[in-house]
Design a protein around this ligand. Structure first.
Ligand code: SF4
Ligand code: SF4
Length: 178
């Protein structure tokens, strides 16, 4: 599945590189303003940086496995935090739709529109890996503490199992952390 994602990503990124001269038009249409078209060269340079960042972050390939990975990780990790608008998860601050408010907080020029809702960034962060990918300073993955009960004679004792980190020394990775 991952290999298929890589192939699809390579094809789509190649097409986007070929269409780079059209990027200011497309960005203006999607953002609903002419600013990107007016700054044609700057938008094109920004789009080129974004395409490089998309390849680095494997944005398209991740769509093929991220949901499954999120479901798997949700057993051991829960994601907590609140966005502080640093802009890093916007493709390392290269996204052509990234803007900033007067206080320097990142904001998205297409937030909530039909195109935005189809992007992976709309659901960021889904996984622990997502947080690590952009070194998000505000969200964190906390180990899920699973409470089991052990029967000892007539008594039932609650036991906290911390199984967040798989032990790679064990074949199959099925282990727990004490
Ligand atoms: S990296 Fe984290 S804090 Fe920064 S904009 Fe993204 S979600 Fe918000
Ligand atoms: S949230 Fe907006 S600015 Fe950030 S990566 Fe997504 S589309 Fe780009």
């Amino acid at each position: 599945m991952h290999a298929l994602g890589r192939v699809v990503e390579t094809i789509i990124l190649s097409v986007l590189w070929l269409g780079l001269p059209l990027s200011p038009i497309v960005v203006s249409l999607l953002a609903g303003d002419l600013a990107s078209l007016r700054n044609y060269r700057q938008t094109m340079r920004q789009a080129a940086l974004q395409l490089q960042a998309m390849a680095r972050a494997e944005v398209i390939a991740r769509r093929f496995y991220n949901e499954k990975r999120a479901a798997e990780q949700s057993v051991s990790w829960k994601i907590e935090g609140e966005c502080s608008h640093c802009g890093e998860c916007c493709l390392f601050q290269t996204c052509v739709f990234l803007d900033h408010d007067a206080e320097g907080r990142s904001q998205c020029r297409i937030y909530g529109n039909w195109f935005f809702r189809r992007l992976t960034c709309a659901e960021y962060p889904m996984t622990k890996d997502d947080i690590e990918l952009y070194a998000c300073p505000s969200f964190r993955a906390e180990p899920v503490q699973q409470v089991a009960q052990v029967r000892l004679g007539r008594h039932v004792i609650p036991v906290v199992v911390r199984n967040a980190v798989p032990d790679r020394t064990v074949e199959g990775g099925a282990s727990t952390r004490s």
